[in-house]
Ligand binder design. Structure first.
Ligand code: ADP
Ligand code: MG
Length: 194
C-alpha cells in the first residue's frame, strides 16, 4: 500500500465528517461499528490492573468487547531493570471513532493512575490501539496500525491468537503471514487462564 493512501484524520476532518448529512443520526446512536484491537500491558500489580482495565473497557460507550487473547508473561522492552509485564490483546466492536477511542483509552490509563515519568518505564496500564478496522491513520498523536505491531511478539502473537486472518492494511497480507517480521522476542510464557 502506498503512502498516498494514508489518511490525515485530523480533528478538522472529523468535525467536517460529523457535519455531513445524516451525521446527526449517527451521533444519536446509529454509529457505524468498527472492530478495534487493543494491546494491554501492565507491570505494576498487573493482574489487578488488567482486570480493572477490562471492566472499564466493557463500560465504554457504544462499545462491546469481543475476544480476549491469553495473558502472556513478558520481559520488559526498552528498560530491562523493571518487573516483568503481563500483556494481552482484546477485540472491541465500537461505534467510537479512532480518535475518540484513543481519548477513551487514555482516560482509562489516567483512571488507573498511569504516570508517564520514565519512557518505557513501569506502568499500571498501557493501552495501545493496534488496529482499527482497515484504517490507516497518521496524525501527531495517533498512528494506526500501531507502528510496533509487527516488531514486538507481545503485540502480534496475542493478536494472532484472536484474529489470525485479519489483514494488515499497510502490508495487504494476513497477520498470520507476517509473524516472521518479529524483531523483539519478549514473551516468557503463556499464563494459565485466570
Ligand atoms: P508507549 O505505548 O510507546 O509506551 P505511551 O503509552 O506513553 O507510550 O504513548 C505515547 C503516545 O503514543 C500517546 O500520547 C499517544 O498519543 C501516542 N499514540 C500514537 N499512536 C497510538 C496508538 N495506536 N495507540 C496508543 N497510543 C498511540
Ligand atoms: Mg501506549
Amino acid at each position: 500500500m502506498t503512502k498516498a493512501r494514508r489518511q490525515q484524520n485530523t480533528a478538522g476532518q472529523e468535525a467536517a465528517a460529523l457535519r455531513q448529512p445524516g451525521s446527526a443520526s449517527r451521533l444519536q446512536g446509529e454509529q457505524r461499528q468498527a472492530r478495534a484491537y487493543i494491546g494491554i500491558g501492565s507491570n505494576i500489580q498487573p493482574q489487578e490492573h488488567i482486570r480493572q482495565c477490562l471492566a472499564l473497557l466493557a463500560k465504554l460507550p457504544h462499545s462491546q468487547p469481543s475476544g480476549e487473547s491469553p495473558w502472556y508473561l513478558t520481559r520488559p522492552w526498552g528498560i530491562e531493570q523493571q518487573p516483568n509485564f503481563i500483556n494481552l490483546v482484546v477485540g472491541l466492536n465500537t461505534g467510537l471513532s479512532a480518535p475518540a477511542l484513543l481519548c477513551a483509552t487514555q482516560a482509562i490509563e489516567q483512571r488507573l493512575q498511569r504516570v508517564r515519568d520514565i519512557k518505557n518505564g513501569p506502568r499500571t496500564i498501557d493501552l495501545d490501539i493496534l488496529l482499527f478496522d482497515d484504517a490507516v491513520i497518521e496524525t501527531p498523536n495517533l498512528i494506526i496500525p500501531h507502528p510496533a505491531l509487527l516488531q514486538r511478539d507481545f503485540m502480534l502473537l496475542p493478536l494472532l491468537d484472536i484474529a489470525p486472518k485479519q489483514l494488515h492494511p499497510l502490508e495487504g497480507r494476513r497477520l498470520c503471514d507476517l509473524s516472521d517480521r518479529i524483531q523483539y522476542h519478549q514473551i516468557i510464557e503463556q499464563l494459565p487462564q485466570p
